[in-house]
Design a protein around this ligand. Structure first.
Ligand code: UD1
Ligand code: CA
Length: 457
């Protein structure tokens, strides 16, 4: 929408979070709380986006460093929401349109609701429009006081409300549209003669009404959308709703969720149709999963790129790994950062990998550690194989050629290379390079002492 700017208030500490971290940086469904309203405001086309910061301003600013469309305004002392808006004035100097005002602690707000609010405000030539909601339990919110004709008169904070006003169920969302001229002329008229000794932005409503400006309220269709997060109980509730939305969208796009209430997928994760996800999975970060995959229960996937037709069996943990198509992993496998598995690779139970590339069709089916290794295609890694990559000071690489067969219980003491098509016999400790097409075996010859048990008795 044209000629709309936004102010997002995020200077408060969030005392009720009881946290060392400023409230708006707490994650909600994999994204800092502040990013949700910022993204909603951005989606309306509002520019500039003015973020009012105070508490841990440097941290919040650093968090937003890649967004070029944000201007920052500093509120050194948190003297109230009205004072916070006044601090944004300089960032909006010369702007003459509609100002959208939001709070940084309302992650559930949808862009469509903001667009509806701006339309409502403009269609009726209002000077101030408050987004309100009817709540069964309005406690904690400012109440919208209307006159007998239904016109908005003022907003009263809970702490300042008379007993009869406490019963009002229409609440102030803290989200407004105001004409910039009105705002700049009257923001200095706010006083702080109230229960909290703060400059309340909400008092602009009664000022507008008294001065005869058109001041309206628009009721949100969905009251949950404007829920403010003040403590960790509300954070959990809001995160749950965001996750439900994410799951719903994915299911409607063709992803099967066997028990969506117990699947935790972060904002930004992409999953293609016909992939099936079971209970207690957590999929986060920049993960992208292809189609026709099956993710069994209790799997944790973070920042992974997974192709099509992969099977991730129960209890596996995958982090910063790349899996091409038809890869099988688990149960209970641990793929650590830098793992790259080509098509048709199989990683079985209790296998840990780190910084390895494993070629097409290669297998490590049981109880193995593979770190800092380059493994060719069609390689078989026997049970109990270990790449001894660390000498106590430095990490070293293991290189294994195509079609190599590594028997069970082999230690590969890096740096070491096993040439293509070789066989390393079970129980071998490989300490020097193995040429191609050879057999490597290092075992103490077995001695059988016949009759030994009988003599003992
Ligand atoms: C505010 C409203 C209340 C409304 C509620 C909706 C006022 C006076 N009250 O109350 O009517 O129902 O939001 O959630 O506006 N902030 C600053 N600087 C300050 C104070 C606050 O930037 O000096 C920011 C906070 O970081 C927060 C937002 O403004 O993001 C709202 O502040 P908060 O203290 O949570 O206001 P409420 O008491 O919830
Ligand atoms: Ca609040």
């Amino acid at each position: 929408m044209d000629n709309v700017a936004a102010i997002i208030l995020a200077a408060g500490k969030g005392t009720r979070m009881k946290s060392g971290l400023v409230k708006v940086l707490h994650p909600a469904a994999g994204r800092a709380m502040i990013d949700w309203p910022l993204e909603a405001a951005r989606a309306t086309g509002a520019a500039p986006l003015v973020l009012v910061l105070g508490h841990q301003a440097d941290k919040v600013q650093d968090h937003c460093r890649n967004a070029t469309d944000i201007s920052f305004a500093l509120q050194d002392e948190q003297l109230g929401t009205g004072h916070a808006v006044a601090c944004a004035r300089q960032a909006l100097a010369g702007f003459g349109g509609t100002v959208l005002i939001l709070c940084g602690d309302t992650p559930l707000l949808r862009p469509e609701t903001l667009v509806g609010l701006i339309r409502f405000h403009r269609d009726r030539n209002a000077v101030v429009t408050v987004l309100t909601a009817i709540m069964d339990d309005p406690s904690g919110y400012g109440r919208v006081v209307r006159d007998n004709g239904g016109g908005v008169v003022r907003i009263v904070e809970q702490k300042d409300a008379k007993p009869e006003e406490l019963g009002i169920r229409e609440i102030n969302s803290g989200i407004y549209c105001m004409e910039a001229d009105f705002l700049s002329k009257h923001i200095d008229a706010l006083g702080s003669d109230n229960a909290q000794n703060e400059y309340y932005l909400t008092d602009l409503v009664s000022i507008a009404v008294q001065k005869g400006f058109s001041c309206l309220a628009m009721s949100a269709d969905d009251a949950t959308e404007i829920m403010g997060v003040n403590d960790r109980v509300q954070l959990a509730e809001a995160s749950g709703i965001l996750r439900q939305r994410i799951n719903l969208e994915l299911m409607l796009a063709g992803v099967t969720m066997v028990n969506p209430d117990q699947i935790y997928i972060d904002h930004g994760v992409q999953i293609a149709p016909d992939t099936v996800i079971h209970s207690n999975c957590r999929i986060s970060g920049k993960t992208i999963i292809g189609s026709n995959c099956e993710i069994e229960g209790n799997v944790n996937i973070k920042d992974c790129l997974i192709g099509n037709g992969c099977l991730i069996k129960a209890g596996s943990v995958l982090e910063d790994a790349e899996l091409n198509d038809h890869v099988n992993v688990g149960p209970m496998a641990h793929l650590r950062p830098g793992t790259v598995l080509r098509d048709h690779v199989k990683i079985g139970n209790f296998v840990e990998t780190k910084k390895i590339v494993m070629g097409h069709g290669s297998k490590a089916s049981h109880l193995t550690y593979l770190g800092d290794a380059e493994i060719g295609s069609d390689v078989n890694i026997g049970c109990g194989t270990i790449t001894c990559n660390y000498d106590g000071v430095n990490k070293h690489r293991t290189i294994i050629g195509d079609q190599v067969f590594i028997g069970s219980d082999v230690q590969l003491v890096a740096p070491v290379t096993v040439g293509r098509n070789s066989l390393v016999a079970a129980g071998t400790t490989v300490t020097c390079d193995v040429p191609a097409d050879s057999l490597a075996i290092s075992r103490v010859p077995q001695v059988n002492k016949e009759g030994w048990r009988l003599r003992k008795k």
